[in-house]
Design a protein around this ligand. Structure first.
Ligand code: HEC
Ligand code: HEC
Length: 234
């Protein structure tokens, strides 16, 4: 299999296998009995609920690394909580709050949010770094195509279909599985665990400007085919 196919297969496998093998909403009843608030320490919860997708120790999973100081400096804590509690509709990220059909109490979700930051954030290392905004409207795809050529093509190939250093980012099956925010998060925070730089490392000598980030994300989004059942702009 080509690397692109492998990643898509992993993501599909993860979402389909979620019911039996990976923690997720389908195990609600069983989990409620086995996960007591007393054992709700971050590492135990992480291992049980998140490691299957986000990787042991928060790295090298199919889903993005969470053991990542740049990402944890980027994402607002209320957004972390929202993703864990409510999931990301239309993607493999499950909703964990009991009220949303999941298995975790509010206390357990708080333990995850606080534990992620306590274990893996590095506020000192990120001090004085001006990180681009976590969210923003999509920019201009035509300008985004120029940003792509300057910042991404060297690794992902001239047309985005894969290059010497990285796989396709325009594969319709891949784009169907991830949200616009995931693309934005990836452009800003990179994927240090697999060699994708953050926004400071795409172009030699300078960081991407916030507008360039919004533009290149808009360009990627134009490559997605409409996904049934998903509202636009998610
Ligand atoms: C130095 C090489 C390099 C550069 C520059 C680079 N990437 Fe990547 N990117 C990677 C690697 C390596 C991966 C991991 C997957 C793979 O092997 O292709 C990756 C993964 C991705 C993913 C998938 C992430 C996921 O987990 O879903 C997206 C989307 C992406 N890159 C977009 C971009 C965009 C947009 C740019 C330009 C702004 C860019 N990349 C610049 C190397 C690079
Ligand atoms: C079945 C696989 C799966 C499991 C289990 C899972 N995730 Fe995720 N997670 C994903 C995917 C896929 C995404 C990307 C969603 C998207 O496209 O926006 C994601 C995205 C996220 C994000 C948002 C990244 C961003 O763009 O800001 C956070 C935070 C997160 N997950 C935390 C967790 C935590 C904490 C757990 C455990 C409680 C967990 N996830 C369990 C697959 C999973």
């Amino acid at each position: 299999m080509r690397p692109a196919a492998v990643v898509v297969a992993i993501l599909f496998g993860v979402s389909l296998a979620g019911c039996d093998r990976l923690p997720g909403r389908a195990r609600a009843r069983e989990q409620r009995e086995t996960v007591s608030p007393q054992v709700a320490t971050f590492h135990a919860l992480y291992k049980q609920q998140c490691a299957g997708c986000h990787g042991r120790d928060g790295r090298l999973g199919a889903a993005r690394p969470l053991n990542d100081a740049v990402y944890l400096g980027l994402v607002p804590a209320p957004r972390l909580r929202q993703v864990i509690a409510e999931g990301v509709p239309g993607t493999a990220q499950p909703a964990f709050a009991i009220g949303a059909g999941g298995t975790l109490t509010d206390e357990q979700i708080d333990a995850l949010v606080q534990g992620l930051l306590a274990a893996w954030a590095r506020p000192a290392a990120m001090q004085g770094v001006s990180i681009p905004p976590y969210t923003a409207k999509l920019g201009n795809p035509e300008r985004g195509s120029e940003v792509y050529a300057a910042a991404c093509a060297g690794c992902h190939g001239a047309d985005g279909r894969g290059g010497p250093k990285a796989r396709s980012v325009v594969d319709a099956s891949y784009l169907a599985l991830v949200s616009d925010q995931h693309l934005r998060t990836t452009v800003i925070a990179g994927r240090a665990d697999v060699g994708m730089p953050d926004w400071r490392g795409h172009i030699a000598g300078r960081a991407l400007a916030p507008q360039e980030i919004s533009d290149v994300v808009a360009w990627l989004v134009t490559k997605r085919k409409p996904v049934p059942g998903r509202a636009g702009g998610v």
